[in-house]
Ligand binder design. Structure first.
Ligand code: COA
Length: 171
């Protein structure tokens, strides 16, 4: 289906009442991680407390006719330091984009992503917006202007059984 054939997509900012459906959508991008009740409770509570309150948590949804959420995009605006390239010191990260399987290839992800990019812009984050793409989502992001950074540069420091949190990098 081409973009010209897509129906216009209605997108709105998410509200606390959307949280159960947001979790349902989020589960689809868990990539083998366990979906525990503790995970649901923690993330659910965090989203309920912050949606519409924390201006740095940017969440957009595309509801279908019956009110079921068909797609969502979740992003965070971060505060770094200012520089000539980062005039505001702000940058954005796209955390989750997902469309229900039955609603894919109809422009929903693109619509929620566009709303998220506009919100990043309004939050002063235009100098850099980052994400990690799944293979499936690469065409979506390249179509919106994202480009790949050289592979191998992305690293994380996370707690392991051998290195509990807040122990630094010492062996
Ligand atoms: C990736 C995903 C979000 C795309 O959602 P979608 O609603 O189907 O995407 P859209 O219909 O808005 O498509 C946007 C563009 O990407 C293209 N596209 C979307 N899915 C594609 C696919 N599987 N293969 C090739 N192109 C694809 C579309 O053709 C469209 O391009 P166009 O504007 O040039 O026509 C959806 O497949 C999904 O939820 N996947 C599982 C979760 C996931 O991988 N999320 C990304 C996390 S980084």
């Amino acid at each position: 289906m081409t973009a010209a054939a897509w129906e216009p997509v209605y997108v709105r900012a998410a509200v606390p009442g959307d949280v159960d459906q947001l979790l349902e959508l989020r589960v689809q991008v868990m990539a083998g991680e366990p979906v525990t009740q503790a995970w649901r409770d923690t993330l659910g509570q965090d989203l309920r407390e912050r949606l519409g309150v924390d201006p740095d948590l940017l969440v957009f949804v595309a509801p279908g006719d019956g009110g079921q959420l068909l797609a969502c995009a979740i992003g965070m605006a971060y505060h770094g330091y200012r520089s000539p390239r980062f005039e505001t010191g702000r940058w954005g990260r796209v955390l989750i984009v997902v469309t229900r399987p039955a609603a894919r290839r109809r422009g929903y992800a693109k619509a929620v992503m566009r709303a998220l990019l506009d919100a990043f812009d309004a939050a002063g984050c235009s100098a850099s917006i980052e994400l990690r793409a799944t293979d499936m989502a690469e065409p979506l992001y390249t179509g919106l202007g994202f480009t790949q950074v050289p592979s191998g540069s992305y690293m994380t420091l996370r707690p392991t059984p051998d290195r509990p949190p807040n122990q630094g990098g010492s062996p």
